[in-house]
Write a protein that binds this ligand. Structure first.
Ligand code: FE
Length: 266
């Protein structure tokens, strides 16, 4: 594996709601600037903007995202903020993905073959396997975002194993890794890493207060817990993603569900 770090560690955040006023992320240009400054302070120099699409509350179509990203890059330049924003989209899984892709409504990450797919928070829809399969037949690689925060996957981690075995990739959220979403989600994030069921770390930052970045903290934790090789794998994958190259992936293994202690107090 070759990974050249130029001029110190520069981090790339692959998942962020930094475009103002388009979803539940940044609301104003000032919010976007705040987020950018916080990101830069963590060592991030590039962010993929991934506004929600078809999540029942927000729609962000390809052409609008492309326009908004170029406006945001201009805003940062005018304000002397050294952060590059790349275009992306977080697509809630739905039955029309293939059709929407063909119609040019969807935006893979930086126009690569990689598509961010979000599940509803409590379930994995029955048609998921079919959609992920169809996407691959069309030449795309689906990336399941924050699987560690999905209730059905938490309860049935082997479902994640099957999805990855069938060619999907996944992105784990930095805040989950460092425990900001609670113990269960933290534990599941680490199980996903240990079982080679996740390939990217992203912030999914929505603001600088309740849903911040934690990207540097997450990478540090990964380095300390799993060693430099795993750390570089994640770092390199973020760059390979936006360059539309094949990501590093290792043989996945199933996660054994921990048995609940019936008499935990005794
Ligand atoms: Fe998101």
């Amino acid at each position: 594996m070759t990974f050249i770090i130029q001029g110190g560690v520069s981090l790339l955040d692959v998942h962020c709601h930094i475009i103002p006023g388009v979803d539940d992320g940044a609301q104003t240009e000032a919010d976007s600037i705040d987020m950018a400054k916080t990101a830069i302070a963590e060592g991030i120099d590039t962010i993929v903007a991934t506004p929600h699409h078809k999540n029942l509350r927000y729609d962000n179509y390809r052409e609008d995202i492309l326009k908004n990203v170029s406006i945001l890059n201009e805003l940062f330049e005018e304000n002397g903020i050294e952060l590059t924003v790349l275009p992306g989209q977080e697509i809630r899984i739905n039955g029309e993905i293939l059709e929407d892709l063909r119609n040019g409504e969807l935006l893979p990450i930086n126009d690569s073959k990689y598509i961010f797919i979000e599940f509803p928070s409590d379930s994995v829809p029955r048609y998921t396997e079919q959609i992920l399969y169809d996407l691959q037949i069309e030449g795309y690689t689906p990336i399941i975002v924050h699987p560690e925060r999905n209730r059905e996957l938490l309860e049935n981690p082997n479902k994640m194993y099957q999805l990855v075995r069938n060619g999907a990739l996944s992105q784990v959220t930095a805040a989950s890794i460092v425990g900001k979403f609670g113990k269960k989600i933290e534990q599941f994030s680490h199980q996903l890493i240990e079982a080679n069921l996740t390939h990217l770390i992203g912030s999914d930052a929505h603001n600088t207060t309740t849903r911040g970045f934690f990207v540097r903290d997450a990478y540090e934790m990964v380095k300390n817990k799993y060693g430099v090789e795993t750390y570089y794998m994640f770092m390199e994958n973020s760059h390979l993603l936006v360059e539309n190259m094949n990501l590093n992936r290792f043989e996945p293994s199933p996660i054994r569900k921990k048995k609940k202690k019936r008499f935990g107090l005794f």
